[in-house]
Design a protein around this ligand. Structure first.
Ligand code: 5CA
Ligand code: ZN
Length: 408
């Protein structure tokens, strides 16, 4: 699948510190210790509706991580999927009378436009579930040979007991897992399953639904194995970060880690599992199924500067859940205008301390609000007293671009 256009990042003096992030599996902030090339897989959209601010906040989180890694001297190998075949997409297509493929293509295109406008660096591999069906089939066949698969009326299930490490990503009790599994696409009550938490790897064709003829029969892929097949095919095992919103920790990333462990005999799947908090509106998680959405594209159509949208999102720490309010965007627009006014004179205050603080904040669990505050300090100083360092405005502009993705 086509990714979106890349951006060249401006050079900064010196190098950033090693990046630390909160890993859900160990429950602590820990150093990401990538080799020369950091490897990251971030779960992509299910393209049945436009990108809302919750999605955007999650993709910005991993964009910051990629930028911090680059600043600390690493190359980045970044992979993202598109779940372009799944129940919610088919349900939406039926409800609106759309062709499911046309719907997926349209919404994926809009997502690319939103990511481009927000200056999110593109993945190196952007792969859809449909184009990855051969890789999924190969993975499920291998799991079957290893005895980790059973059949319920033609549907193929992954046996979680095949993995003695199952449960180590999200660290939930079995009661919690059962409750969440049903809410997030699982089918704990289906008769014939060996364990209520076993998950679908391959679903046999249903009437009036798309299906593919494969060695597994006529059907379509399950969700978790899609990401495993794509991640292993591009990054291999033990990549540095598996990312997504907090709602993906269980079951999605838990199942992915187990399937990959059984498949390869290796551990870990990802060295860190990084989860962004959920953005809400009116007291509820912003979600396509609830319909309480603010779309990035709608804000753009209203003429809001994407850099202000970006600043509004970065003003919240990625790990906390937060609520979007009508005050977020005007505050970000005002901040953006001040920043732009401050970098326009030829000289300004010395930027060294600002750059240092921005780097420290971002490398310490992606503390974007603190990095924004560091820029605010320089801006306040410039707008109140000015400065005579000819490198000041240029370095602050470049740091905002390279580290925060905010073009001034
Ligand atoms: N296609 C799967 C992942 S393989 C999926 O979850 N798609 S999604 O379109 O539902 O979500 C895309 C990403 O946005 C996921 O990482 C999800 O966790 C995140 N996300 C969804 N809603 C919110 C929200 N309200 N706040 C923050 N992130 C969100
Ligand atoms: Zn995924």
């Amino acid at each position: 699948m086509r990714s979106w256009p890349t951006l060249s990042l401006p050079e900064l003096p010196g190098i950033g510190p090693e990046v630390r992030v909160f890993d859900s599996a160990s429950g602590a902030v820990k150093a990401t210790a990538p080799g020369p090339t950091a490897r990251m897989y971030v779960c992509g959209i299910t393209p049945y509706d436009a990108t809302h601010l919750g999605h955007a906040a999650t993709y910005l989180t991993f964009d910051l991580l990629g930028r911090a890694w680059r600043d600390s001297g690493h190359a980045v190998h970044y992979v993202q999927n598109v779940t372009d075949i799944d129940d919610p997409l088919l349900e939406r297509a039926v409800a609106t009378g759309d062709d499911w493929q046309a719907l997926a293509q349209r919404e994926t295109e809009l997502f690319r436009d939103d990511m481009t406008a927000l200056r999110v660096l593109p993945p190196d591999h952007y792969l859809g579930a449909v184009e990855s069906i051969p890789a999924v089939v190969e993975a499920v066949e291998k799991l079957r040979e290893l005895g980790a698969v059973y059949d319920v009326d033609g549907d193929l299930y992954f046996r979680i007991r095949a993995d003695e490490r199952f449960g180590s990503v999200a660290s939930l009790s079995s009661g919690e897992m059962l409750e969440i599994f049903g809410d997030r696409g699982g089918d704990p009550h289906r008769p014939g399953k060996s364990d209520p938490l076993d998950c679908l790897l391959w679903q046999a064709a249903r009437p009036n639904e798309p299906a593919w003829d494969t060695a597994l029969g006529h059907g379509r892929p399950g969700w978790h194995i899609e990401c495993v097949a794509i991640a292993l095919g591009t990054l291999g095992m033990s990549f540095d970060v598996q990312g997504g919103g907090r709602d993906l920790a269980f079951p999605h990333h838990e199942m992915g880690a187990s399937e990959a462990h059984v498949l390869t005999g290796e551990w870990p799947y990802a060295r860190s599992y990084v989860h962004a908090g959920l953005v809400g509106l009116d007291g509820e998680k912003m979600s396509k199924s609830r319909g309480n959405l603010v779309f990035v594209s709608a804000l753009r159509m209203l003429g809001h500067d994407p850099m202000a949208i970006r600043l509004a999102l970065l003003n919240h720490h990625y790990r906390t859940d937060w609520e979007w309010t009508d005050a977020d965007l005007p505050a970000a627009e005002e901040r953006l205008a001040r920043w732009r006014a401050a970098v326009s004179p030829p000289t300004g205050p010395r930027p060294d301390d600002t750059l240092l603080r921005m780097r420290q904040a971002l490398s310490d669990d992606l503390n974007a609000p603190s990095a924004l505050a560091a820029v605010d300090r320089w801006v306040d100083h410039q707008l109140s007293r000015g400065g005579d360092d000819p490198s000041g405005p240029g370095i602050v502009t470049r740091a905002c671009d390279a580290l925060l993705g905010v073009a001034l």
